[in-house]
Design a protein around this ligand. Structure first.
Ligand SMILES: [Fe+2]
Ligand SMILES: [Fe+2]
Length: 216
């Protein structure tokens, strides 16, 4: 007889995330978890798979000082396999969680093909827009030693590639990725949640650019 599955809880997951990380800390995971619950319930996803994936999705390789031996989505998926095996999860459920984690990254080669993977992808992206998105974009830039704003070159605007010596400011990240987040979402629920968040983020970065350029 198969062993019963032990549920993974938020309090178990807390120890994998440093509290001092403003970008991928546990508060990010708690928000993603809550939004996954909302999307999962409304869209009819398997919440056991989805919520375990939410708790594990950034557990490895995404925190300051961890280096980059392997991209964090791959490392976290491998870590998830170990954790869930120890909890007695069955192979196909573990694989479903691992797919969600590998496909959550914006620039991943693995596209989210299950409803659970799409829900995690969307919940993670909703956390980079809105007021929280502003905080995280600035925190990420400052962690990387980059400014909040630098004037983007024509090359960057046209191709997304920076010219030699050009910083990758938070404003660059906005133009390159954050501006288009709501259009990249995969579930109806997430697209609804995104509307006011995207408007807030767009307004912030437009105002930032306006003031930084010294316009009155
Ligand atoms: Fe991530
Ligand atoms: Fe994340």
């Amino acid at each position: 007889m198969l062993r019963p599955i032990s549920k993974l809880t938020p309090s178990q997951a807390r120890e994998w995330y440093p509290s001092a990380d403003a970008v991928h800390g546990f508060d990010h995971v708690e928000r993603v978890y809550a939004v996954c619950e909302e999307i999962g319930q409304r869209e009819g996803a398997d919440l056991e798979i989805l919520l375990a994936a939410a708790l594990l999705h950034d557990a490895q390789g995404s925190h300051p000082g961890e280096g980059n031996r392997k991209a964090h989505h791959i490392q976290s998926a491998e870590f998830a396999g170990t954790v869930l095996q120890e909890l007695g999860w069955h192979t196909e459920k573990i694989q479903a969680v691992q797919h969600c984690i590998r496909a959550h990254r914006f620039r991943s080669s693995e596209q989210p093909s299950s409803l659970e993977a799409q829900a995690l992808f969307d919940a993670d992206k909703l956390d980079v827009i809105g007021a929280v998105g502003v905080v995280r974009a600035l925190a990420y830039a400052f962690q990387a030693g980059q400014p909040a704003f630098a004037e983007p070159s024509r090359t960057f605007i046209e191709t997304g590639n920076r010219e030699p010596g050009e910083p990758h400011s938070a404003y660059h990240e906005y133009l390159f990725k954050l501006k288009g987040i709501s259009a990249s979402l995969l579930t109806k629920t997430a697209r609804e949640i995104a509307v006011p968040r995207q408007q807030f983020l767009d307004a912030f970065f437009e105002e930032l650019a306006f003031e930084m350029r010294g316009k009155k």
